[in-house]
Write a protein that binds this ligand. Structure first.
Ligand code: ZN
Length: 308
């Protein structure tokens, strides 16, 4: 139960090799910016923990062996670069570690009921046999599969909350047939759009007006309250922010994002669900600089620690 471990530190999984890819982009670099920021200006109660990198066999629980091999070896190059990044050997090192971080955060949250996070991004558009949209492997689906594989007498129920600006169609394609998994997705554009199957409890809502954003989230969380989830995996994208160079929706300000994080972690606390959060989207350029992006992602960590 959240609170039961009061006094212990909230684990945030990160390793220097999260940023080992040669490609210079927010997705491949921002974990280090945030880790540095946590070193310079600590958020009391957080602890950076190095995750074990996933190995190919673990990735193949979700992904096609040919795709896994392509990312590992760089061949065929078009498949190895289906995430949109130039391939180099460091990419494999980085994504094995950062997806391992998501898995470990989810295992920790599921086992203890307390929150944990991973400074991981580039997850939710990845599909069985291909990457896409800056996403290489789908750490969310990998985490679901790993937690579901734990021995336990009752079957687990996992909620995936995806508040990235873009739809989590990759994740949905990988989890839709897993009993007990519900994906609640609130996006601000139709990239990677999908339609939850009839009879599914999963939902996808597209927001066109910033004024609808928080009320839609609050209503969705209300609708999910009382369901006995064992774990919430929160894809905490910052790209709905109006200043994000990709994804931003006018009117979604820093105050709106801060309130969003409060709503999510208040809900988790009220419903006694441990959260595993990831960074997801959020892009510099235009009006958002590196420090500004870091500050947005710190809102998630701060909200989690206050409500653990
Ligand atoms: Zn996004």
């Amino acid at each position: 139960m959240p609170g039961a471990y009061h006094g212990s530190h909230m684990k945030v999984f990160y390793s220097d090799v999260f940023v080992a890819a040669g490609e210079e982009f927010d997705t491949t670099r921002k974990a280090a910016w945030i880790a540095e920021s946590l070193g310079a200006r600590a958020i009391a109660g957080t602890e950076l923990v190095e995750p074990a990198p996933l190995v190919a066999a673990q990735l193949e629980v979700v992904h096609a062996p040919a795709y896994v091999r392509a990312v590992q070896t760089g061949e065929p190059r078009s498949l190895a670069e289906s995430n949109g990044f130039r391939w180099d050997a460091g990419l494999w090192t980085a994504v094995c570690a950062s997806n391992g971080g998501v898995v470990e955060a989810a295992l920790h949250a599921a086992k203890t009921g307390s929150h944990a996070g991973a400074l991981s991004s580039g997850l939710h558009h990845a599909r069985h046999a291909t990457g896409g949209g800056f996403c290489t492997f789908n750490g969310i689906a990998l985490a679901v599969r790993t937690v579901m594989g734990l021995e336990r007498e009752h079957s687990r129920r996992i909620l995936i909350l995806d508040l990235d600006a873009h739809c989590g169609g990759g994740t949905y394609s990988l989890v839709r047939d897993i009993p007990g998994v519900v994906q609640a997705d609130i996006s601000v554009c139709k990239t990677d759009f999908y339609q939850p199957g009839s009879g599914s409890s999963s939902t996808l809502e597209i927001i066109a007006l910033a004024a609808d954003y928080l009320p839609t989230l609050a209503a969705r969380l209300d609708a999910l309250a009382g369901e006995p989830f064992d774990l919430l995996i929160y894809n905490a994208g910052m790209d709905p922010h109006e200043d994000s160079a990709i994804g931003g929706l006018k009117g979604i300000t820093t105050a709106v994002i801060a309130e969003r994080e409060r709503l999510v972690f208040d809900w988790a606390q009220r419903n006694h669900v441990g959260v595993a959060f990831t960074l997801a989207g959020g892009y510099t350029g235009g009006r958002l600089d590196q420090a500004g992006l870091v500050q947005l992602h710190r809102l998630t960590i701060g909200a989690a620690i206050q409500r653990d």
